[in-house]
Design a protein around this ligand. Sequence first.
Ligand code: SF4
Length: 402
Amino acid sequence: MPTAVDTRAFKRSLHHSDRYNRRGFGLGEEVAGSLEQAYQSNLIASLRENGHQLQHGRLSVKLAEAFGFCWGVERAVAMAYETRRHYPTERIWITNEIIHNPSVNDHLREMNVLFIPVEGGVKDFSQVASGDVVILPAFGATVQEMQLLNERGCHIVDTTCPWVSKVWNTVEKHKKHTITSIIHGKVKHEETLATSSFAGTYLVVLDLAEAQLVCDYILGKGEREAFMARFAKACSPGFDPDRDLMRVGVANQTTMLKSETEEIGRLFERTMLQRFGPTELNDHFVAFNTICDATQERQDAMFALVDEPLDLMVVIGGYNSSNTTHLQEIAVSRGIRSFHIDTPERIGPGNRIEHKPLDGELEVVEPFLNEGPLRVGITSGASTPDRVVEDVISRLIDLADG
Ligand code: SF4
């Protein structure tokens, strides 16, 4: 059970182990060429220098001011490449996709990095042996996974983004002060699973509507049974809403929609104020802003982009990438014809696009581009390399020319 683990003590001892690395191997220069070749793009570099705009025939492309690879992702991918160099012959595993981008994960497969198999939703570590190298991805791993790998005698290369570690520190502080962590996130997302494993008592809320249900309960407006049925899979073992919602702190999956996290924080603050009064508020509510800069910048840039006159938007990023989905939500909320794709190959052949609508299955739209002048906005999530964005633009140009 997560509550039984002294996660701070475990992390401290792990960080002192000579089989643990979270700083890379000093091989940055050696891997720079491979990274550039795989992920960077001259076209995107020149667009960045030219006001993020491109005009080609009837097509005007406007790129968001901030998009694509964030530094946490760049760092994680570079560390994975360095790991392969540092351990040229050892067996290397990764506990999950290093980031949510299919092309990056394919490159790792080509470098003979193995992914831990998943059976029926459960990871199978049985093939991982002592002396193997195991990479933890940018969004982290659960404390139980780290313990297992450590006990098995593996070399652990931890690429967890420092922003994610900051959230873990936040929930550990809550735990120390017997405060329940209200985690704004997706209950099955790897980052939220990892964060919950470092928390003591916690409850995960997906959105404002779920947060409202919790706040209603705090104010005595809910049924215990219905509440427990709703949150059974989103809370710590033994969670008791009548006991555990008296003192709460808010934390979040780093890639959630910032405005929603802030609103959830304010909602809990108001609720505790109403229930306990202003003099008691600080004993019952603590807020932390744990949204990472990169997510915030991409969301802000998207809000600016959707204010421009656009005929359509293309949002690029893995389908299980939370920050990409939130970018798509922003476009949809403005009523813009917007398409979320994970790879350039979703465009074509011919004038068609296969995309994933919000909360829907993949669908094909044909015709994709309308006749006449077209203003296309483009953005990409924090785990999408520039090379992929370039390929999407090239396909749009070919289609518009065609
Ligand atoms: S999106 Fe933020 S938290 Fe996630 S890897 Fe990038 S910098 Fe880190």
